[in-house]
Write a protein that binds this ligand. Sequence first.
Ligand code: SAH
Length: 219
Amino acid sequence: MMRSPAGVGMTSQRTRARMIERLRERGIRDEQVLAAIAAVPRHLFVEEALASRAYEDTALPLGFSQTISQPYVVARMIELLREGRAGLGKTLEIGAGCGYQAAVLAQLTSEVYAVERIEPLLARAKLNLRAIKQFRVRLKYADGQQGIPEAAPFDTIIVAAAAQGVPPLLLQQLALGGRMLLPLGSASQQLVLIEKRAEGYVESRLDDVRFVPLLPGVE
Ligand code: SAH
């Protein structure tokens, strides 16, 4: 059977609407973020066997020891990056996985770059984004710790894997007034928000989180 973007049964509009209600209950307030999540058919980004669970608010396995991020975490991170700003501007995502978060970001801003170090996952992200006719995302197979120097500077950098420290090249590729959000740590991790201001970098530690590790090199 063709997997339709509209979905049926457990992947229907009603099931999706319930997920949005849950995100609201959990504290997501940014209506544009909720609308962006509602617009992306998450069931097309997971394996068919897991499609019926795609609108549960949970991370799901993607293979290659990686996961598709939990919708709440995607919503929360994008909300934090948007808070008090006109928009996300030129955005870089590190750790595209199957392309889900990149698709959500592309609902909110016109320039999205996403980097992934596992080639088969990058290939899947390409297919998934094409399937939903999302052509705004530029995907790159590379070690995200290097950023994308040729496309820098970025107004927004969002990292979907946990680093031990802030990758210096990413910091360098942040525009003045730009924001980067990344999980830091190993056994215990926290979201760290970094803003680049004229007087320097301003860092704030936020929620406790659980991400797969940011790994060096490519596979
Ligand atoms: N953004 C994805 C989450 C994928 S999980 C989503 O929307 O669901 C995190 C991803 O980060 C994994 O696919 C992993 O391979 C990737 N990753 C880890 N270290 C990386 C690095 N140095 N460069 C690029 N991608 C990396």
